[in-house]
Design a protein around this ligand. Sequence first.
Ligand code: ADP
Ligand code: ASP
Ligand code: MG
Length: 403
Amino acid sequence: MLIVKKFGGTSVGDLDRIQNVANRVQKSIQEGHQVVVVVSAMSGETNKLVGYAEHFSKNPSPAEVDMLLSSGERVTASLMSIALNEMGHSTVAMTGRQAGIITTSKHTKARIEEINPEYMQAALDKGKIVVVAGFQGVNEHGVITTLGRGGSDLSAVAIAGALQADLCEIYTDVNGIYTTDPRIEPKAKKLDQISYEEMLEFASLGAKVLQNRSVEMAKKLNVNLVTRSSFTDEEGTLITKEENIMEQPLVSGVALDRNQARVSLIGVADRPGIAADIFNTLAQEEINVDVILQTVAHDGTTNIDFTVPTNELEVAKNIVKIFVDKDEIKSTDFNEAIAKVSIVGVGMKSHAGVAAKAFSTMANENINIRMISTSEIKVSMVIEEKYAELAVRSLHNAFDLDK
Ligand code: ADP
Ligand code: ASP
Ligand code: MG
């Protein structure tokens, strides 16, 4: 089999752990597999580099930030390759560019446009272990880009797709996908399988165990994806097509996103197209707007509230200001002390009353719901951040997820 194995930050967090990963890779080679290893930066490394940049500038040039951040993954890839080499394996370490990953030019959250896997394929054909620095690519001019935080997952899935690998394994510090973050609810249960659709909701709603774009791509390219631990031999969670899953519970899990901020636009001019103008401008900057709420004010204007990831708030503020300056918005308000808690499950499609039960659960805990958004397979609620963990545990319990 050809297997792409991706190891996250904790799994390569120090030199002993890099050796541990090298041993795992060796085992797979001895079992007769061809292996491509994709690595993250050592844990904490990317944040440290971000901090360095911010030491000099509140607003560092995104192109320079990408050049800087991509170095973290290169360190790990080189060390992994050296370790495997020392164990007698023929290896080649590659940057994103050498792996043929071409992206858009949107620095710090570029999208993969194509992968030219010839160099990787040639190395595999020669019997080498390929070790790729995750999280990075280059734009059409060869300028280094990165794929958004957690983006090594996407590198792995995209490479697995391009090489038509039999399997893509994401190794991390938990045994798989749980009914909720096991750090918040120790009673959380590991799922043996989960559908691409649910996993995509989970990832988009804050469960950082997989980056959301990686799940989107796995679904599109039909990549067999497994999440498991690099520290144990336990079987992980298979992410697969909905029809492959036998039993569907009503609710599969609870997700929490603390990194959300609320933007309130007060006194928005009541003209057709104003919402389109505002949200198109936000979209051009790749700002991920989520829950949107519009209410009509007394004076004929409207109020629009929406949420954005906290780290995109500054850019959102600047965009909103353009409309304030044009007198199309009277005033604005921003709140970072919010969290979004969501329940996810394809079983909801065919059952009424799930949302009502979620709202009652919040009511029983005296938690005020500020905003709501639903889809066929999720219910999201924006609440005050200080109630976030209580909300997660209450929902987990209310939907019997620990059973
Ligand atoms: P890596 O560095 O390996 O990429 P991450 O920190 O990005 O790992 O993701 C793993 C973490 O995701 C876990 O330690 C866990 O706290 C968190 N997590 C959040 N929600 C879930 C969930 N539903 N199942 C498993 N882990 C989750
Ligand atoms: N090192 C990057 C990050 O911390 C990418 C990754 O780990 O997937 O976001
Ligand atoms: Mg990750």
